[in-house]
Design a protein around this ligand. Sequence first.
Ligand SMILES: *[C@@H]1O[C@H](CO)[C@@H](O)[C@H](O)[C@H]1NC(C)=O
Length: 158
Amino acid sequence: MKTSLFLVSFLILLPLSLQDPTPEVKAPTRAHAELTNHGFPIGLLPLSVKDYYINKTSGDFSLFLHGTCKITLPPDNYLATYSNKVTGRITKGQIAELRGIRVRAFFQWWSITGIRSSGDNLVFEVGVVTAKYPSKNFDASLDCEGKRSVKPEATSES
Ligand SMILES: *[C@@H]1O[C@H](CO)[C@@H](O)[C@H](O)[C@H]1NC(C)=O
């Protein structure tokens, strides 16, 4: 009797555990998991992603943040900004047609148009110019800075 009860509960619980496989990486969201699935570190995205869509066939993705987001990237403290909507196409080791991420370097804002994973490095493409950084700099997903200032201002009547 005990054995069959055990078996029954096992069979009931089994589908539940299959539906929710333990992620092998500590990816905070599905969007972060998509990065690791394609050979990229999670730190390319801020911690909090509101919504995310991908066409599994083409790799075209759209992701939505809770607003524009500012992050200071280690180790050189480049300031990066994310639009509230970021789009592109992700395939194994490559993110192309990227829109929505800009980096401040050499006193200018640069739009990151693509990112490639190359061995232990990430190659950031800004048009035809590229810059290489160790992937391990992006192992942690950071929270947006100064979140309060990017939220829409509450219109106070008083
Ligand atoms: C996904 O991408 C494929 C290949 O480009 C395309 O044929 C298909 O229509 C796309 N699906 C959606 C829902 O956009």
